[in-house]
Design a protein around this ligand. Structure first.
Ligand code: SF4
Length: 365
């Protein structure tokens, strides 16, 4: 079967007993090869300030927190990029809280640096990355207007924004009730605008944040509908909620291994004909990660040999040797990819400067 209805996907998401294995088996028909990809990156949080306050967040810090990164200077960023270059990283993952410049401390720092908004600063940071290092920028900083995306496109090889879930109901739960930027209409609009602008894009869903299986199915279909129109979704992350002591949702149960298996399987089958990778973060699931390869996942996402995962600071990334062994043990081969998938490396998706730089990196992979 290649055309899955919402009912089909719901059957997979609710599968029990041997039906689970039956659906897992069906994913094999979509596997083109035995390669599992990852992108060697450096994770650089430009600011830890964010206008939202999600119940599961481990990234955002309060502006009054003495430890908080208010805004990194260009010198600090360049220094980190140069170290990353020595480690052979090819992706500069710039993450920053949404509309951080709404916070006075951030705006003041931006003004000191000669800027009056975050987007222009990020554009210049990305341009510096392109001019002075061999890395490719990939920015992930929440919702952006069409105009902001237009500027960011010119200096990013790819960009990303998790949909998380398309249900507005989650705006009433601790999950998102203090996060106006998690309004799914806004997020779907950003993802759609990225498609209109031909930005190779990463998105995904977060499971275990209070959603129903029906809402997971709807979220996957919402992403599919946009990708069917614009074809810019290069990968879909299936991320599991992980509980830590310091978050508001510390008492919430984590999704089970079977919940993850069902969701990865459903996503693989739904996107089977679409040439979209299915990614599971290996650091959130290290002990169980191999099983996701058996239900269709074909990408581990960004893995850094030198920086921590600031979004999940209690879940260190495995070393690349560990990831290689883990992948091989399951019968697959680990290979490095760029933060932009090969099918987008052409002048339809990249401007001349980005295309030249990306082709050069590809040559030296
Ligand atoms: S999860 Fe992201 S959007 Fe939500 S508060 Fe944290 S940094 Fe902000």
């Amino acid at each position: 079967m290649t055309n899955y209805s919402k009912e089909d996907i719901l059957s997979i998401l609710n599968a029990k007993d041997s039906d689970i294995l039956k659906y897992m088996n069906q994913t094999a028909q979509y596997r083109k090869d035995n390669l599992i990809t990852y992108s060697k990156n450096v994770f650089i949080p430009l600011t830890e300030i964010c206008r939202n306050d999600c119940g599961y967040c481990n990234f955002k810090k309060d502006p009054s927190d003495k430890e908080a990164i208010i805004l990194k200077t260009k010198e600090e960023v360049l220094n980190e990029l140069k170290i990353a270059e020595k480690y052979g990283c090819k992706e500069a993952l710039f993450t920053f809280g949404e509309d951080a410049d709404e916070e006075e401390v951030v705006l003041k720092r931006l003004n000191e640096f000669g800027y009056d908004n975050m987007v222009d600063y990020v554009v210049d940071i990305c341009q510096m990355t392109l001019d002075e290092t061999s890395l490719l920028p990939h920015s992930n900083g929440g919702n952006f207007s069409y105009e902001a995306l237009e500027k960011l496109k010119e200096v990013n090889a790819s960009m990303g924004l998790m949909l998380e879930n398309s249900s507005k109901r989650l705006m009433e739960l601790p999950t998102h009730n203090k996060s106006p930027g998690k309004n799914p209409e806004l997020r779907l609009e950003t993802i759609t605008n990225a498609g209109k602008l031909k930005i190779p894009y990463t998105t995904g869903i977060l499971i275990g944040i209070g959603e129903t299986t029906e809402e997971i199915a709807e979220s996957l279909f919402a992403i599919k509908e946009i990708n069917d129109e614009y074809g810019h979704i290069q990968e879909i992350i299936i991320q599991n909620f992980t509980s830590t002591q310091d978050i508001e949702m510390c008492d919430w149960p984590e999704p089970s291994l079977l919940d993850m298996i069902r969701t990865v399987t459903a996503a693989t089958l739904l996107f089977g004909d679409s040439d979209v990778s299915i990614q599971v973060p290996p650091n959130l699931n290290y002990d169980t990660a191999q099983v996701f390869l058996l239900c269709g996942a074909d990408d581990w996402g960004g893995v850094s040999p030198l920086s921590q995962d600031y979004v999940n600071p209690t879940s260190p990334w495995p070393t690349l040797d560990m990831l290689d062994d883990l992948t091989a043990d399951a019968g697959f081969e680990l290979i490095e990819r760029l933060c932009i998938y090969e099918k987008y490396i052409n002048d339809e998706w990249l401007n001349d400067a980005l295309l030249e730089k990306t082709l050069n990196l590809l040559k030296h992979q």
